[in-house]
Design a protein around this ligand. Sequence first.
Ligand SMILES: CC(C)(COP(=O)(O)OP(=O)(O)OC[C@H]1O[C@@H](n2cnc3c(N)ncnc32)[C@H](O)[C@@H]1OP(=O)(O)O)[C@@H](O)C(=O)NCCC(=O)NCCS
Length: 203
Amino acid sequence: MILYGARGQAKVIYDLILSNNQLLEYLVDDHPPATFPHHLEVFLPTKELLLNKKVIIAVGDNKIREKIYHEIKEWCEFETMEHHSAYVSRFVEIGQGTVIMPKVCINAEVKIGMHCIINTASVIEHESVIEDFVHISPNAALAGNILIKKGAHIGLGANVIQGVTVGENAIVGAGTVVLTDVPDYAVVVGNPGRIVRFVGEEK
Ligand SMILES: CC(C)(COP(=O)(O)OP(=O)(O)OC[C@H]1O[C@@H](n2cnc3c(N)ncnc32)[C@H](O)[C@@H]1OP(=O)(O)O)[C@@H](O)C(=O)NCCC(=O)NCCS
């Protein structure tokens, strides 16, 4: 297996690979860092290094993960991975390239798209839909029947109540309690969640 990305997200995914007794061959990164755990080599990405390999895009930023996906998707396959401590219902669909980190709980009839990060100890309740390139941060809790649209980021420890839709590329801040639908590109914080700006707007 190959990781694309060699920063923080790659370190935790490397740890996941080791916990699952799998083998990481090497990493690629557009700006290779000086060191990586276990002295693993980090190369500049090339077609030759990725061709027909099983790859995980190990980058936390949703937009960058999506950009890399479009750049390399013709060359390689994408691995889907879950930590052995996660509980994933047998009635769950998970797309290619998605990683499920330790202690996650995903309940019945949840659908998760491709290249999502379902981070440590987050909970996704029954019949919810998580679209492509979403990041659910550690300890976030999503109730049943919610929809998280493409590219949205749910922050650390946020809570989203049942039936809510979080729009495309929206950001839900750390600790936010989301009680109503969040528009596309909105940045929402607090309890109850309120819009503080839209992604791309001047602060
Ligand atoms: C929501 C977030 C993206 C906002 O970042 P930002 O656009 O740089 O916003 P600012 O820091 O300028 O804050 C804007 C206002 O919102 C408040 N605010 C920001 N984040 C908040 C949060 N999580 N909860 C409550 N209020 C928050 C700030 O205090 C500020 O209030 P003020 O205008 O009264 O001073 C960021 O604070 C956040 O929570 N990110 C999530 C981090 C995370 O979960 N990382 C996990 C990685 S795995």
